[in-house]
Ligand binder design. Structure first.
Ligand SMILES: [Zn+2]
Length: 402
């Protein structure tokens, strides 16, 4: 099987920790960026092989071997380049399915084919781009500057497939991470989180900062693949700047994206579902029981709630209109509770209830998909008029709310 460059790019982006684990290597250490292993390429008695997550590479400081994840599979399994790619495709369920028509399309299994979503894409208004131009151009390059072993003259599939579920370079996320956006500053100054909680939340949700001070809410799926990022602008009172539309990282990058780039959004916070199907608590411990996933509308609510209610995994769909049945599909194995915001007529509640009914018809959920009526039942008419959300409800009286 020959894979096109986009598929190979996607294979290279598979997280090096997971690839090493799948190869049977034992990972030492608890760091999020670096782990060590006994090098399987020679008789190693002290873990000499380092795995670097931000750069997604390995390097043995004893025998000197190193490279990307494909190279790791080639060396550990003694496989050729195509066979190593095949192995990764199989182990990580990256299925390659033929489509009608001439070309082939490559689909990550578990996600149904769908249109580029009928969601209204916010205007990109002439905002300065958030990532550095070099980084923008760099997203199609190999994920490391390390002496990666040549990926050999593998003939690339000539034409890009028509419907590729494309992902962005994880380095965009790593480089953007910051506690200095106006959003982060205001979350602390308004008393929603302590400095320490904020730093923790930034690491956990990988919150970024754009050059013009916006916060980047990345949409990363449970395979740690970066779908896109939403850049939003906040005031010092932790409310959004109403006159300034959010921008999307994939839109900002559009000139450097490959032909056929197909965006599939995912929930903000979806990456907190680990690939082995267990969630990670916000204190870093694995969940003993199956996690409860809480879905809210705004990213801000998810970030703040995650620090106050660490027993649940908080995710956000990013807007009233954004919640859709396909978006809920990756959550079928989990206990899910959905928290609609309020409004005077209860429209949001009804709309999201309908989405849940739709999802139940389309997919088999292991547990009943629950809609929380806490806000419907316990808010005043005046609060409904203000369309308050869970955070407003929990914090009213604690902060100045205007
Ligand atoms: Zn070695």
């Amino acid at each position: 099987m020959t894979y096109d460059t986009v598929t190979i790019q996607r294979l290279r982006a598979l997280p090096v920790f997971s690839v090493a684990s799948h190869l049977g290597m034992t990972l030492y250490g608890t760091g999020h960026t670096c782990r060590r292993c006994l090098c399987p390429l020679h008789d190693d008695h002290h873990p000499s092989l380092h795995l670097n997550a931000p750069r997604n590479i390995f390097k043995c400081f004893s025998c000197g071997k190193g490279g990307d994840v494909i190279s790791l599979v080639m060396q550990v399994r003694s496989l050729s380049f195509p066979d190593a790619c095949e192995w990764l495709v199989r182990e990580f369920c990256v299925s390659v399915t033929p489509s009608e028509g001439s070309g082939k399309r490559y689909v990550v299994s578990g996600y149904p084919q769908q249109s580029t979503c009928g969601e209204p894409v916010e205007s990109t208004c002439g905002e300065p781009a958030c990532p550095e131009p070099a980084e923008r151009a760099g997203w199609v390059e190999p994920t490391c500057g390390e002496p990666v072993e040549s990926t050999c003259g593998e003939p690339a599939c000539p034409e890009p497939a028509e419907s590729i579920e494309s992902t962005l370079n994880v380095q965009l996320v790593t480089k953007s991470m910051s506690v200095k956006s106006e959003f982060c500053k205001s979350v602390v100054s308004c008393g929603y989180l302590t400095e320490q909680q904020l730093q923790h939340a930034v690491q956990r949700y990988r919150l970024g900062k754009s050059r013009d001070g916006g916060v980047v809410f990345w949409q990363i799926d449970e395979r740690q693949q970066v779908r896109t990022g939403k850049v939003m602008y906040y005031l010092p009172d932790c409310h959004r700047i109403k006159t300034r539309n959010p921008t999307w990282v994939h839109t900002l990058l559009k000139n450097s994206l490959p032909k056929g780039f197909t965006l599939h959004r995912c929930l903000f916070g979806q990456h907190l579902l680990m690939s082995d199907g267990r969630g990670e608590r916000s204190d870093g411990r694995s969940m003993n029981r199956e996690p409860v996933i809480c879905i809210v509308e705004s990213e801000k609510t998810a970030v703040i709630c995650s620090e106050h209610f660490p027993d649940c995994i908080w995710m956000a769909c990013g807007g009233l209109q954004m919640l859709s049945a396909p978006m809920l599909q990756p959550l079928t194995p989990y206990k899910v509770v959905i928290f609609p915001d309020t409004d005077p007529q209860g429209d949001t509640f009804r709309r999201w209830t309908a989405v849940c009914q739709d999802a139940r018809k389309q997919y088999h959920f292991r547990y009943p998909l629950r809609i929380s009526s806490i806000l419907e039942l316990h808010t005043t008419a005046e609060q409904k008029q203000r369309k308050i959300d869970l955070i407003d409800f929990l914090f009213e009286g604690h902060t100045d709310s205007s």
